[in-house]
Design a protein around this ligand. Structure first.
Ligand code: BTN
Length: 321
């Protein structure tokens, strides 16, 4: 009902809508209208109430509320169901729990803040207000081995959106980051629940630093992380960005299901931050160094060591030499 009132006020933006009209159009009492208006004000909507005139919407907060996210989204399945939290431990954990209860493909979980945000390799992920912390549930019919390619496809979706909407030189750092001006602006954590040959669900967790002051990051990442606001010198609408990311994610996912990894690989190579650089990869059991030459058909990173040996790395942490 709150969403209906908001939609109505938005349709009539710039004019007062009387409590009587709202109550008549939505079939609720005027006291109920008043209560919902107050709830909207609590959420940060700027609504002017004038006796005898009614209510007028003056401004909306930059919150990622389901109603706002879904408005004009135009996707086929992604984002049809959106769960929003002001504060949550981790959207990936929430998404996992929803998926375990049968939530459908394309379900989205988004939070304004995470207090236990998770990064790859057991690290924590700083998630103050101002970022986009979102998880997407997918249920692909392909083999679990294909899942890492989905991380690259998602990095591509985010990179495409950032390039299009900010005109910044966003690039994909293998295997799961998006970099701008040699700093990390986005990380992706893919988690999966599967049998050996069948995926139950995949959770794609995207963390994008949008309107965050660098001083709000933990000290240890201040030198290596950035936000869109830092790079652009001004804040940018998170809502618009999130909608674009969901649209683009659906596009790359559909492309992947239809044509396989080849077209995605091609674009990932062209937009790569990693290829051509001398890198050191920490793959858990040790380190290898070499020149990053290519991304293979399976999504692995191909390196050539200084001795000319070719090495295929399927996962790990990449540092620059
Ligand atoms: C990384 O670079 O290590 C991956 C970071 C992924 C962070 C996102 S934020 C939304 C989702 N929820 C989490 O707890 N983590 C992912």
């Amino acid at each position: 009902m709150k969403d209906c009132i908001l939609r109505l006020l938005k349709e009539e933006k710039g004019r007062y809508v009387s409590g009587e009209e709202i109550s008549g159009r939505l079939g609720i009492s005027r006291t109920a209208v008043w209560k919902y208006i107050n709830a909207l004000k609590e959420e940060g909507y700027e609504i002017e109430s004038r006796s005898r005139a009614g209510y007028m919407l003056l401004g909306a907060p930059d919150l990622l509320l389901p109603f706002e996210v879904k408005e004009g989204l135009g996707t086929r399945f992604l984002g049809k169901e959106v769960h929003h939290f002001s504060e949550v431990r981790s959207t990936n954990d929430e998404a996992k729990s929803l998926a375990g209860k049968g939530a459908g493909e394309g379900t989205v979980v988004v939070a304004e803040r995470q207090i236990g945000g998770k990064g790859r390799l057991g690290r924590s992920w700083a998630s103050p207000a101002g970022g986009i912390w979102v998880s997407i549930i997918l249920r692909p019919a392909f083999q679990p081995l294909e899942a890492p390619k989905l991380t690259l496809a998602t990095a591509l979706a985010v990179t495409r959106v950032l390039r299009e909407e900010t005109h910044l030189d966003a690039r994909i750092k293998w295997p799961n980051d998006v970099f701008i001006n040699s700093k990390k602006v986005c990380g992706i954590l893919t988690e999966m629940n599967a049998e050996l040959d069948r995926i139950h669900y995949v959770i794609l967790g995207i963390g994008l630093n949008v309107n965050i002051d660098i001083m709000d990051f933990p000290e240890e990442v201040r030198g290596t992380a950035t936000s869109l606001m830092e790079e652009l010198g001004k804040p940018i609408s998170r809502l618009q960005l999130l909608r674009s990311i969901l649209r683009e994610e659906e596009k790359v996912y559909d492309l992947f299901l239809k044509d396989g990894f080849a077209p995605i690989r091609e674009e990932v190579r062209n937009l790569s931050y990693t290829l051509g650089k001398w890198v050191t990869v920490n793959y858990g059991k040790g380190m290898v160094s070499g020149k990053a030459l290519d991304i293979s058909e399976s999504g692995a990173l191909l390196l050539r060591t200084d001795k000319g040996r070719m090495i295929t790395v399927t996962s790990g942490d990449v540092g620059e030499e």
